[in-house]
Design a binder for this molecule. Structure first.
Ligand code: YYY
Ligand code: MG
Length: 143
């Protein structure tokens, strides 16, 4: 299995709950490494662009308001099968449907405040990583 990179966001509800460390610890315990990391408050323009694929969905406006409601922690995770592994650790989009022991089951409040984002394919991972990080801000962990 190839080493992959994926983009993870610890969303405003999880930052407010003071579980940044607990969430990052789950990534590390699962064999994923932090290759880049920053804390930031998204602008409305950034949130709208990042979630542009959902522009026509009924939840889009609420999603944007939520994503700019407080600081987030944006990370590049690197490791074997990182994209699928992160999605597995996250659990289903709706925390009520998320498997026990997943990040969303344990920390998410609702489907719209669901603790974490993770890229869903190699194509979106590449786009989302480039959205937040320059090449020289990413540190390869598996040389
Ligand atoms: O990739 P993932 O975050 O699991 O779900 P998406 O279907 O890509 O939706 C992105 C984001 O939108 C989701 O994390 C919460 C929000 N959302 C919502 O508020 N209500 C829905 N019915 C579906 C998604
Ligand atoms: Mg998605």
């Amino acid at each position: 299995m190839a080493i992959e990179r994926t983009l993870s966001i610890i969303k405003p509800d999880a930052v407010a709950k003071n579980v940044i460390g607990e969430i990052i610890s789950r990534f590390e315990k699962a064999g994923l490494c932090i290759a880049a990391l920053k804390m930031m408050k998204l602008t409305r323009q950034q949130a709208e662009a990042f979630y542009g694929v959902h522009r026509d969905k009924p939840f889009f406006d609420d999603l944007v308001e939520y994503m700019i409601s407080g600081p987030v922690v944006v990370q590049v995770l690197e490791g074997e099968n990182a994209i699928a592994k992160n999605r597995e650790l996250m659990g289903a989009t709706n925390p009520k449907e998320a498997a026990p022991g997943t990040i969303r089951a344990d920390f998410a409040d609702s489907i719209d405040a669901n603790a974490v984002h993770g890229s869903d394919s190699p194509e979106t991972a590449a786009q989302e990583i480039a959205f937040f990080f320059k090449d020289d801000e990413i540190f390869p962990r598996f040389d």
